[in-house]
Design a binder for this molecule. Structure first.
Ligand code: ATP
Length: 240
């Protein structure tokens, strides 16, 4: 049989008060894959990512990671289970320097290998090396996004979850960021779960994708299958 997925989501329902945001979601991410979740504004993509991280909690269903049921595991424990998240809106620490932000990322795993990992993320994002002692909040949007991803990488995650890394960024920066994600996957075998509204770039990059419409997965397939799917093209690619 097939190997068990690294991350598995089954029948997950999440509510905000009485309003249902996820209506029974099934999704798998296998080791070594880039999987993307696309969908319009308000579809529930961020909610799924946050539910995997334990806040808000799934009211029904099951989430397993590396063979462990994490459905009811508190967020601060999940953060120590080799899942790293770069949340939407790139929540870096604006008053801290780039260097200090990266230290915070490393602290999750005890801060061993700090120098080595700092070097590695600065090789991936040379802009950060030039700006190590600049305050995070004074960096450009693209630089802050690079910092948010670099900070997530400092914990040496087995699963990297990115929420809309392309949001509000110039096309050239988007290309740079996506090529780093590709390199991480190809060179280091990093498993990536990518939430994106930029469907074209996300589907080109991903091995597999899921389409979410108002809290429900409506389609899944390889990145290429979804790119070539007329419904996906009409809804998410044309003019976009
Ligand atoms: P976007 O791409 O715009 O971020 P999304 O697909 O990530 O959209 P979510 O942010 O997950 O969508 O939102 C899903 C639904 O849940 C929306 O209707 C949203 O208004 C609602 N929602 C999100 N967060 C909350 C909250 N804290 N309280 C109440 N409702 C919320």
């Amino acid at each position: 049989g097939k190997r068990a997925p690294l991350l598995s989501v089954r029948g997950v329902k999440t509510y905000y008060g009485n309003i249902i945001a996820l209506k029974g979601v099934d999704l798998d991410v296998h080791e070594g894959e880039i999987v993307t979740l696309i969908g319009a504004n308000g579809a529930g993509k961020s909610t799924l990512m946050m539910t995997i991280f334990g806040s808000p909690r799934a009211r029904e269903g099951r989430i397993t990671y590396a063979g462990q049921d994490i459905t009811r595991v508190p967020t601060h424990h999940i953060a120590r289970m080799s899942i790293a998240q770069s949340p939407e809106g790139r929540r870096i620490f604006p008053r801290m320097t780039v260097y200090e932000n990266l230290q915070m990322g490393a602290s999750v795993n005890g801060g061993t290998h700090f120098k080595e990992d700092l070097d590695r993320v600065c090789d991936l994002f040379p802009r950060l090396r030039e700006r190590l002692y600049q305050r995070g909040g004074t960096m450009s949007g693209g630089e802050q996004q690079m910092l948010a991803i670099a900070r997530a990488l400092m914990s040496r995650p087995r699963l990297l979850m990115l929420d809309e890394p392309s949001l509000g960024l110039a096309p050239l920066i988007v290309k740079q960021i996506f090529s780093v994600v590709k390199e991480l996957n190809e060179r280091d075998g990093m498993t990536v779960f990518l939430v994106e509204q930029n469907a074209y770039h996300a589907l080109k990059l991903a091995h597999r994708g899921y389409v979410m419409v108002t809290g429900t997965i409506t389609m899944t397939g390889t990145g290429r299958e979804l790119l070539e799917n007329p419904q996906v093209q009409a809804a998410y690619l044309e003019g976009g």
